[in-house]
Design a protein around this ligand. Sequence first.
Ligand SMILES: [Zn+2]
Length: 359
Amino acid sequence: MCVPAHDERDFEFAKKFNLPIVQVILPEGEEEKELTEAYTGDGVIINSGDWNGMKAFEAKEKVPHIMEEKGLGKKTVNYKLRDWVFSRQRYWGEPIPIVHCEHCGAVAVPEDQLPVLLPQVESYKPTDTGESPLAHIDEWVNTTCPKCGGPAKRETNTMPQWAGSSWYFLRYVDNHNDKELASQEMLKKWAPVDLYVGGIEHAVLHLLYARFYTKFLYDIGAVPFEEPFQRLFNQGMITKNGSKMSKSLGNVVSPDDLVQNYGCDSLRMYELFVGPPEMDCDWDDSGIDGVFRFLNRVWKLVYNNKDLNVTASKDMEYLRNKLVYDITNRLEALTMNTVVSGFMEYTNKIIDLGKKKAA
Ligand SMILES: [Zn+2]
Protein backbone atom coordinates (compact mmCIF):
# COMPACT_ATOMS: atom_id res chain seq x y z
CA MET A 1 0.00 0.00 0.00
CA CYS A 2 3.05 2.25 0.27
CA VAL A 3 1.96 3.64 3.64
CA PRO A 4 4.56 2.19 6.01
CA ALA A 5 3.50 4.40 8.92
CA HIS A 6 -0.11 3.25 8.75
CA ASP A 7 -0.24 -0.41 7.68
CA GLU A 8 1.21 -3.28 9.74
CA ARG A 9 2.66 -5.15 6.76
CA ASP A 10 4.11 -2.04 5.14
CA PHE A 11 5.64 -1.07 8.49
CA GLU A 12 7.40 -4.44 8.85
CA PHE A 13 8.56 -4.32 5.25
CA ALA A 14 9.99 -0.81 5.64
CA LYS A 15 11.78 -1.75 8.88
CA LYS A 16 13.31 -4.85 7.30
CA PHE A 17 14.63 -3.00 4.24
CA ASN A 18 15.47 0.24 6.04
CA LEU A 19 13.02 2.38 4.09
CA PRO A 20 11.88 5.79 5.36
CA ILE A 21 8.66 5.70 7.40
CA VAL A 22 6.84 9.01 6.98
CA GLN A 23 3.94 9.52 9.33
CA VAL A 24 1.01 11.31 7.68
CA ILE A 25 -1.76 10.75 10.23
CA LEU A 26 -1.34 11.92 13.82
CA PRO A 27 -3.75 11.00 16.61
CA GLU A 28 -5.57 14.19 17.55
CA GLY A 29 -3.92 16.18 20.37
CA GLU A 30 -0.63 14.23 20.23
CA GLU A 31 2.92 15.27 19.29
CA GLU A 32 4.77 13.59 16.44
CA LYS A 33 7.28 11.00 17.66
CA GLU A 34 9.08 7.99 16.21
CA LEU A 35 6.66 5.13 15.61
CA THR A 36 7.32 1.72 17.14
CA GLU A 37 4.44 0.18 15.21
CA ALA A 38 2.04 1.15 12.44
CA TYR A 39 -0.62 3.66 13.48
CA THR A 40 -3.90 2.52 11.90
CA GLY A 41 -6.33 4.80 13.74
CA ASP A 42 -7.91 8.11 12.76
CA GLY A 43 -6.46 11.57 13.30
CA VAL A 44 -5.16 14.69 11.58
CA ILE A 45 -3.06 14.92 8.41
CA ILE A 46 0.61 15.95 8.86
CA ASN A 47 3.70 16.09 6.61
CA SER A 48 1.48 16.52 3.55
CA GLY A 49 1.79 20.16 2.38
CA ASP A 50 -1.59 21.80 1.72
CA TRP A 51 -3.39 18.88 3.31
CA ASN A 52 -1.95 19.42 6.78
CA GLY A 53 -4.56 19.88 9.50
CA MET A 54 -7.36 18.14 7.60
CA LYS A 55 -9.12 15.24 9.28
CA ALA A 56 -7.90 11.92 7.93
CA PHE A 57 -11.38 10.63 7.13
CA GLU A 58 -12.09 13.75 5.03
CA ALA A 59 -8.82 13.37 3.16
CA LYS A 60 -9.61 9.72 2.40
CA GLU A 61 -12.74 10.91 0.59
CA LYS A 62 -11.07 13.79 -1.27
CA VAL A 63 -7.70 12.35 -2.32
CA PRO A 64 -9.04 9.72 -4.74
CA HIS A 65 -11.13 12.34 -6.58
CA ILE A 66 -8.14 14.65 -7.00
CA MET A 67 -6.03 11.72 -8.20
CA GLU A 68 -8.70 10.86 -10.75
CA GLU A 69 -9.06 14.49 -11.91
CA LYS A 70 -5.32 14.75 -12.46
CA GLY A 71 -5.23 11.41 -14.23
CA LEU A 72 -2.82 9.98 -11.66
CA GLY A 73 -4.90 6.98 -10.67
CA LYS A 74 -8.38 5.86 -9.70
CA LYS A 75 -10.21 4.83 -6.58
CA THR A 76 -10.36 1.14 -5.77
CA VAL A 77 -11.06 -1.09 -2.79
CA ASN A 78 -8.44 -3.57 -1.65
CA TYR A 79 -9.41 -6.38 0.69
CA LYS A 80 -7.02 -7.56 3.33
CA LEU A 81 -7.25 -11.14 4.50
CA ARG A 82 -7.11 -11.70 8.20
CA ASP A 83 -4.22 -13.81 9.38
CA TRP A 84 -5.31 -17.35 8.83
CA VAL A 85 -4.35 -20.08 11.29
CA PHE A 86 -3.88 -22.98 8.94
CA SER A 87 -3.28 -25.93 11.26
CA ARG A 88 -5.60 -28.12 13.26
CA GLN A 89 -4.84 -30.80 15.84
CA ARG A 90 -7.20 -33.43 14.53
CA TYR A 91 -7.20 -36.43 12.27
CA TRP A 92 -9.76 -35.28 9.72
CA GLY A 93 -8.05 -32.81 7.47
CA GLU A 94 -5.60 -32.77 4.59
CA PRO A 95 -2.07 -33.57 5.85
CA ILE A 96 0.25 -30.59 5.48
CA PRO A 97 2.97 -31.80 3.05
CA ILE A 98 5.99 -30.82 5.09
CA VAL A 99 8.60 -32.97 6.85
CA HIS A 100 10.85 -31.78 9.66
CA CYS A 101 14.53 -32.72 9.39
CA GLU A 102 17.11 -32.06 12.09
CA HIS A 103 19.62 -30.87 9.48
CA CYS A 104 17.48 -29.16 6.87
CA GLY A 105 14.60 -27.84 8.98
CA ALA A 106 11.13 -27.77 7.43
CA VAL A 107 11.23 -29.32 3.95
CA ALA A 108 8.37 -29.41 1.44
CA VAL A 109 7.42 -32.90 0.25
CA PRO A 110 8.42 -33.06 -3.45
CA GLU A 111 5.61 -32.85 -5.97
CA ASP A 112 6.05 -36.43 -7.21
CA GLN A 113 5.32 -37.70 -3.68
CA LEU A 114 2.04 -35.82 -3.38
CA PRO A 115 -0.59 -36.14 -2.13
CA VAL A 116 0.42 -37.12 1.39
CA LEU A 117 -2.44 -39.41 2.44
CA LEU A 118 -3.84 -39.91 5.92
CA PRO A 119 -2.87 -43.26 7.45
CA GLN A 120 -5.56 -45.86 8.18
CA VAL A 121 -6.19 -45.76 11.92
CA GLU A 122 -8.16 -47.61 14.57
CA SER A 123 -8.95 -44.43 16.48
CA TYR A 124 -8.99 -40.84 15.34
CA LYS A 125 -9.96 -39.36 18.69
CA PRO A 126 -8.01 -36.37 20.02
CA THR A 127 -4.99 -37.09 22.22
CA ASP A 128 -4.66 -36.10 25.88
CA THR A 129 -1.66 -33.91 25.10
CA GLY A 130 -3.50 -31.60 22.69
CA GLU A 131 -1.34 -32.90 19.84
CA SER A 132 -2.82 -34.16 16.60
CA PRO A 133 -3.91 -37.85 16.77
CA LEU A 134 -1.42 -38.41 13.93
CA ALA A 135 1.50 -37.66 16.28
CA HIS A 136 1.11 -41.10 17.86
CA ILE A 137 1.31 -43.10 14.67
CA ASP A 138 5.06 -43.71 14.54
CA GLU A 139 5.14 -45.62 11.25
CA TRP A 140 3.44 -42.67 9.55
CA VAL A 141 5.32 -39.89 11.35
CA ASN A 142 8.81 -41.31 10.83
CA THR A 143 10.03 -40.80 7.29
CA THR A 144 13.11 -39.71 5.38
CA CYS A 145 14.10 -36.19 4.49
CA PRO A 146 13.55 -35.50 0.75
CA LYS A 147 16.61 -33.22 0.79
CA CYS A 148 19.38 -35.11 2.66
CA GLY A 149 17.86 -38.60 2.97
CA GLY A 150 18.31 -38.60 6.75
CA PRO A 151 15.62 -39.45 9.30
CA ALA A 152 12.79 -36.92 9.49
CA LYS A 153 9.30 -36.55 10.90
CA ARG A 154 6.11 -35.68 9.10
CA GLU A 155 4.11 -32.62 10.09
CA THR A 156 1.23 -34.00 12.15
CA ASN A 157 -1.10 -31.01 12.11
CA THR A 158 -3.74 -31.13 9.42
CA MET A 159 -5.38 -28.39 7.36
CA PRO A 160 -8.61 -26.64 8.40
CA GLN A 161 -11.93 -27.25 6.62
CA TRP A 162 -11.41 -23.98 4.70
CA ALA A 163 -8.46 -25.54 2.89
CA GLY A 164 -10.65 -27.83 0.84
CA SER A 165 -13.74 -25.64 0.66
CA SER A 166 -11.67 -22.95 -1.06
CA TRP A 167 -11.18 -24.95 -4.26
CA TYR A 168 -13.24 -28.17 -4.39
CA PHE A 169 -15.57 -26.67 -7.02
CA LEU A 170 -12.60 -26.34 -9.40
CA ARG A 171 -11.89 -30.04 -9.08
CA TYR A 172 -15.52 -31.01 -9.77
CA VAL A 173 -15.15 -30.02 -13.43
CA ASP A 174 -12.46 -32.65 -14.08
CA ASN A 175 -12.31 -34.97 -11.09
CA HIS A 176 -10.61 -37.94 -12.79
CA ASN A 177 -7.67 -35.89 -14.02
CA ASP A 178 -4.49 -37.32 -12.44
CA LYS A 179 -2.11 -34.89 -14.17
CA GLU A 180 -3.37 -31.51 -13.00
CA LEU A 181 -5.95 -29.77 -10.83
CA ALA A 182 -8.28 -29.67 -13.83
CA SER A 183 -7.67 -29.20 -17.53
CA GLN A 184 -7.90 -25.69 -18.98
CA GLU A 185 -10.45 -27.02 -21.45
CA MET A 186 -12.82 -28.31 -18.76
CA LEU A 187 -12.31 -25.23 -16.58
CA LYS A 188 -13.22 -23.01 -19.53
CA LYS A 189 -16.24 -25.18 -20.31
CA TRP A 190 -17.77 -25.43 -16.81
CA ALA A 191 -16.30 -22.73 -14.60
CA PRO A 192 -16.37 -20.19 -13.03
CA VAL A 193 -19.37 -21.11 -10.90
CA ASP A 194 -22.53 -19.38 -12.22
CA LEU A 195 -24.37 -19.18 -8.93
CA TYR A 196 -23.23 -19.60 -5.36
CA VAL A 197 -26.01 -20.16 -2.82
CA GLY A 198 -24.93 -19.86 0.77
CA GLY A 199 -25.54 -18.28 4.13
CA ILE A 200 -24.37 -14.75 4.87
CA GLU A 201 -22.06 -16.19 7.56
CA HIS A 202 -19.71 -17.30 4.77
CA ALA A 203 -19.30 -13.83 3.32
CA VAL A 204 -16.12 -12.80 5.10
CA LEU A 205 -14.20 -16.04 5.58
CA HIS A 206 -14.96 -18.90 3.22
CA LEU A 207 -15.80 -16.70 0.24
CA LEU A 208 -12.73 -14.50 0.66
CA TYR A 209 -10.51 -17.57 1.02
CA ALA A 210 -12.03 -19.13 -2.10
CA ARG A 211 -11.38 -15.91 -4.01
CA PHE A 212 -7.84 -15.73 -2.64
CA TYR A 213 -7.11 -19.32 -3.78
CA THR A 214 -8.59 -18.65 -7.20
CA LYS A 215 -6.60 -15.46 -7.69
CA PHE A 216 -3.43 -17.29 -6.69
CA LEU A 217 -4.21 -20.20 -9.06
CA TYR A 218 -4.89 -17.65 -11.80
CA ASP A 219 -1.51 -15.99 -11.19
CA ILE A 220 0.36 -19.30 -11.57
CA GLY A 221 -1.63 -20.14 -14.71
CA ALA A 222 -3.59 -23.06 -13.23
CA VAL A 223 -7.05 -21.59 -13.81
CA PRO A 224 -8.17 -19.22 -16.60
CA PHE A 225 -10.27 -16.82 -14.47
CA GLU A 226 -9.71 -14.55 -11.49
CA GLU A 227 -13.05 -14.83 -9.73
CA PRO A 228 -14.53 -18.20 -8.70
CA PHE A 229 -18.22 -17.22 -8.41
CA GLN A 230 -20.20 -15.02 -10.81
CA ARG A 231 -23.30 -14.54 -8.71
CA LEU A 232 -23.93 -14.86 -4.99
CA PHE A 233 -27.26 -15.55 -3.39
CA ASN A 234 -27.62 -15.42 0.41
CA GLN A 235 -30.57 -17.45 1.55
CA GLY A 236 -32.44 -16.68 4.76
CA MET A 237 -32.66 -18.94 7.76
CA ILE A 238 -35.67 -20.98 8.80
CA THR A 239 -36.34 -20.41 12.49
CA LYS A 240 -38.74 -22.04 14.95
CA ASN A 241 -40.69 -19.78 17.30
CA GLY A 242 -38.31 -16.97 16.34
CA SER A 243 -35.08 -18.83 17.26
CA LYS A 244 -32.45 -20.60 15.24
CA MET A 245 -33.18 -24.34 15.37
CA SER A 246 -30.74 -26.08 17.66
CA LYS A 247 -30.53 -29.31 19.59
CA SER A 248 -29.84 -27.48 22.84
CA LEU A 249 -33.01 -25.36 22.49
CA GLY A 250 -34.98 -28.50 21.58
CA ASN A 251 -36.79 -26.68 18.75
CA VAL A 252 -35.52 -28.76 15.83
CA VAL A 253 -38.20 -29.86 13.34
CA SER A 254 -37.45 -33.45 12.35
CA PRO A 255 -37.73 -34.04 8.62
CA ASP A 256 -38.25 -37.76 9.33
CA ASP A 257 -41.65 -37.16 10.97
CA LEU A 258 -42.80 -34.88 8.17
CA VAL A 259 -41.66 -37.34 5.50
CA GLN A 260 -43.49 -40.09 7.37
CA ASN A 261 -46.74 -38.14 7.47
CA TYR A 262 -46.66 -36.15 4.22
CA GLY A 263 -43.98 -37.68 1.99
CA CYS A 264 -40.74 -36.03 0.94
CA ASP A 265 -42.28 -34.26 -2.09
CA SER A 266 -44.56 -32.30 0.23
CA LEU A 267 -41.67 -31.44 2.52
CA ARG A 268 -39.40 -30.27 -0.27
CA MET A 269 -42.13 -28.23 -1.91
CA TYR A 270 -43.12 -26.64 1.37
CA GLU A 271 -39.50 -25.62 1.99
CA LEU A 272 -39.53 -23.83 -1.35
CA PHE A 273 -42.96 -22.34 -0.74
CA VAL A 274 -42.43 -21.20 2.84
CA GLY A 275 -41.30 -17.68 1.88
CA PRO A 276 -38.99 -15.55 -0.29
CA PRO A 277 -35.68 -17.46 -0.21
CA GLU A 278 -33.61 -14.44 0.82
CA MET A 279 -35.74 -13.82 3.92
CA ASP A 280 -35.63 -15.49 7.32
CA CYS A 281 -38.92 -17.13 8.08
CA ASP A 282 -40.51 -19.00 10.91
CA TRP A 283 -41.45 -22.65 10.47
CA ASP A 284 -45.16 -23.37 10.81
CA ASP A 285 -46.04 -27.07 11.09
CA SER A 286 -49.55 -26.53 9.73
CA GLY A 287 -48.25 -24.79 6.57
CA ILE A 288 -47.27 -28.09 5.01
CA ASP A 289 -50.95 -29.17 4.94
CA GLY A 290 -51.70 -26.71 2.13
CA VAL A 291 -48.85 -28.03 -0.01
CA PHE A 292 -49.86 -31.62 0.74
CA ARG A 293 -53.43 -30.88 -0.42
CA PHE A 294 -52.13 -29.19 -3.57
CA LEU A 295 -50.01 -32.21 -4.53
CA ASN A 296 -52.99 -34.49 -3.97
CA ARG A 297 -55.08 -32.23 -6.21
CA VAL A 298 -52.44 -32.44 -8.95
CA TRP A 299 -52.21 -36.20 -8.61
CA LYS A 300 -55.98 -36.62 -8.89
CA LEU A 301 -56.19 -34.20 -11.81
CA VAL A 302 -53.56 -36.10 -13.76
CA TYR A 303 -54.87 -39.51 -12.76
CA ASN A 304 -58.42 -38.67 -13.82
CA ASN A 305 -57.32 -37.17 -17.14
CA LYS A 306 -54.57 -39.53 -18.20
CA ASP A 307 -55.62 -39.41 -21.86
CA LEU A 308 -56.08 -35.64 -22.08
CA ASN A 309 -53.49 -33.62 -24.02
CA VAL A 310 -52.34 -30.49 -22.13
CA THR A 311 -52.86 -28.47 -25.31
CA ALA A 312 -56.25 -30.02 -26.07
CA SER A 313 -57.87 -26.58 -26.36
CA LYS A 314 -56.78 -23.01 -27.12
CA ASP A 315 -57.50 -22.06 -23.50
CA MET A 316 -55.32 -24.86 -22.15
CA GLU A 317 -52.52 -24.07 -24.56
CA TYR A 318 -52.61 -20.42 -23.51
CA LEU A 319 -52.46 -21.36 -19.82
CA ARG A 320 -49.58 -23.72 -20.37
CA ASN A 321 -47.51 -21.18 -22.33
CA LYS A 322 -48.17 -18.52 -19.74
CA LEU A 323 -47.04 -20.97 -17.05
CA VAL A 324 -43.78 -21.70 -18.90
CA TYR A 325 -43.14 -17.99 -19.38
CA ASP A 326 -43.86 -17.09 -15.73
CA ILE A 327 -41.94 -19.99 -14.24
CA THR A 328 -38.89 -19.34 -16.41
CA ASN A 329 -38.70 -15.73 -15.19
CA ARG A 330 -39.30 -16.69 -11.59
CA LEU A 331 -36.64 -19.39 -11.70
CA GLU A 332 -34.14 -16.87 -13.08
CA ALA A 333 -35.03 -14.54 -10.21
CA LEU A 334 -34.71 -17.45 -7.73
CA THR A 335 -38.12 -16.71 -6.23
CA MET A 336 -38.95 -20.37 -5.66
CA ASN A 337 -42.03 -19.60 -3.57
CA THR A 338 -43.64 -17.86 -6.55
CA VAL A 339 -42.67 -20.76 -8.80
CA VAL A 340 -44.74 -23.03 -6.56
CA SER A 341 -47.63 -20.55 -6.41
CA GLY A 342 -47.49 -20.31 -10.22
CA PHE A 343 -48.13 -24.05 -10.45
CA MET A 344 -50.93 -23.75 -7.89
CA GLU A 345 -52.68 -21.06 -9.93
CA TYR A 346 -52.23 -23.05 -13.12
CA THR A 347 -53.71 -26.17 -11.55
CA ASN A 348 -56.73 -24.26 -10.22
CA LYS A 349 -57.38 -22.73 -13.63
CA ILE A 350 -57.14 -26.08 -15.37
CA ILE A 351 -59.64 -27.51 -12.87
CA ASP A 352 -61.97 -24.53 -13.49
CA LEU A 353 -61.74 -25.08 -17.23
CA GLY A 354 -62.72 -28.70 -16.74
CA LYS A 355 -65.72 -27.65 -14.62
CA LYS A 356 -66.87 -25.13 -17.23
CA LYS A 357 -66.63 -27.78 -19.93
CA ALA A 358 -68.59 -30.25 -17.84
CA ALA A 359 -71.26 -27.63 -17.21
ZN1 LIG B 1 17.34 -33.22 5.72
